[in-house]
Write a protein that binds this ligand. Structure first.
Ligand SMILES: C[S@@+](CC[C@H](N)C(=O)[O-])C[C@H]1O[C@@H](n2cnc3c(N)ncnc32)[C@H](O)[C@@H]1O
Length: 225
């Protein structure tokens, strides 16, 4: 068995703890130091890609669309968003931890085919929630995968991202035909109800972690109208 090698450690802003990047052969892991658990593993990428495929399905043929991905992780959702949309679509990726962006510029970036190098990618280093206060009708799709589901995991501060007020603010940043898609390791009907209360039309889709097998993950698909 190949042992894990520590490639990097990064402080999560606002006393959020420590993220670690480790490698074993061609497998990478980003996890929270201590007992908090794994955030991302390079062997498990199907549902991260499905988040973009499902969340961008309505803008496949749209020119000059605008997509927001929060956060970067290993870049699979970003890569899939670039592939799922027209060459005129701009994809902004928001990442809270500066080191995660640096890690993706190194060997880790190979996992998803270096999506940061794509000229259509715009990187925002900071909390994705800051972008929801900036401008109304800025995005055709918002793809969120910053925790393991709709509750703060990377950082307790992320709890507020899934509040009614925040979901309404996200809705304001969407174009009328826009879609909010959220990745989750579980299906919580109470969160679907919360999305409906915020004004969205909601459905969920179960996706597998690996092609046709593995853990069952949920994508919440919340249409603005
Ligand atoms: C589960 S990983 C994302 C995996 C990604 N979908 C992929 O395809 O690799 C979560 C990422 O979101 C980042 N993150 C956590 N909270 C955030 C926030 N509030 N704003 C922006 N990025 C955040 C984490 O640092 C981490 O890189």
């Amino acid at each position: 068995m190949i042992p894990w090698t520590l490639l990097g450690e990064a402080a999560i802003p606002n006393d959020g703890g420590v993220l670690r990047l480790t490698q074993r052969g061609d497998e990478f892991s980003i996890h929270l130091k201590g007992a908090r658990g794994e955030l991302m593993n390079s062997r498990v990428r199907c549902s991260e890609r499905a988040l973009a495929d499902l969340g961008c399905a309505h803008i496949k043929q749209l020119e000059n669309a605008s997509v927001l991905v929060g956060g970067l992780g290993m870049g699979f959702t970003l890569e899939a968003a670039l592939l799922a949309t027209k060459a005129s679509t701009q994809v902004t990726v928001a990442e809270l931890v500066p080191d995660v962006i640096e890690w993706n510029k190194g060997d880790l970036g190979e996992c998803a085919g270096r999506p940061l190098d794509n000229s259509r990618t715009v990187v925002y280093q900071g909390d994705v929630s800051a972008l929801f206060k900036r401008k109304k009708q800025a995005y055709h799709a918002v793809l969120l995968d910053v925790d393991n589901g709709p509750e703060g995991f990377t950082h307790a501060d992320n709890d507020s991202l899934y509040s009614l007020g925040s979901l309404r603010a996200i809705r304001e940043t969407l174009y009328p035909s826009g879609m909010l898609a959220i990745w989750s390791a579980w299906n919580d009907p109470k969160f679907s109800a919360q999305l409906k209360k915020a004004g969205y039309k909601v459905r969920t889709q179960m996706v597998r972690a690996h092609k046709g097998k593995g853990s069952r993950h949920t994508i919440y698909l919340a249409a603005k109208s």
